[in-house]
Design a protein. Structure first.
Length: 221
């Protein structure tokens, strides 16, 4: 039976434009199950807000005057039990997307994304699911150029996984949800989550999008 009272997702909005912060806050505070617990003007304010509010998801701009969103994300992902990060920006170049994902962001949305999709993305990311569709993921992966060194490092890293863990890692890289992986590999969702936890620990990665990047570097997708 579904939880009739799921936990509230605590969100911080990080953007140097006060109008954007206000608009996003009004939109998100009107969505059931989501609470904006802080609005910040720059990436250097993020650690303090996370410490004060126990944040689940950071909705973060890329370009900010002191600490940009990519650097702020990288610093967050180095912390114990960090919040998930969604980059929300007006810039959709492949370079921005790739840098954001490599830094540990769980997704990337444009600021003109419909409100309902932003809300859905926050809920999915908070639940541990990716928000990039398989088609978008494949398009990004096809445009990433990696050298021989990156290829060898990725192959060596993936070789540390068990055969079952490699199957789960490949399914994650293909953009499948936990439920889809469980169905295709004949295991429970709880077992999939356990395998994913082991994968992230063994590979010293922060989230499933980084698993997908590693699988691409290794030439598996």
């Amino acid at each position: 039976m579904a939880d009739l009272n799921p936990p509230v997702v605590r969100v911080i909005v990080v953007d140097d434009d006060p109008l954007v912060r206000t608009a996003l806050t009004m939109m998100l505070d009107g969505a059931p199950g989501i609470s904006v617990v802080g609005t910040l003007a720059d990436g250097d304010e993020v650690p303090g807000a996370v410490d004060r509010h126990g944040v689940d998801v950071a909705l973060m701009d890329i370009r900010m005057p002191r600490v940009n969103g990519i650097l702020a994300t990288r610093r967050l992902r180095a912390r114990h039990n960090p919040p998930e990060v969604i980059m929300l920006t007006t810039f959709d170049t492949d370079d921005h997307v790739v840098r954001a994902l490599r830094a540990g962001a769980s997704g990337f949305l444009l600021k003109d994304t419909p409100p309902e999709r932003i809300v859905d993305a926050i809920r999915k990311v908070a639940a541990g699911e990716p928000i990039l569709s398989p088609a978008v993921t494949r398009r990004l992966m096809e445009r990433i150029t990696t050298g021989a060194d990156a290829y060898e490092r990725a192959r060596s890293a993936l070789a540390t996984l068990s055969p079952r863990e490699r199957e789960v890692a490949l399914a994650v890289a293909q953009g499948r949800t936990n439920a889809e992986i469980a169905s295709s590999l004949a295991m429970s969702v709880a077992t999939v989550k356990a395998h994913l936890t082991h994968i992230l620990t063994k590979l010293d990665l922060g989230n499933r999008t980084q698993v997908a990047m590693l699988a691409h570097d290794a030439g598996l997708i």
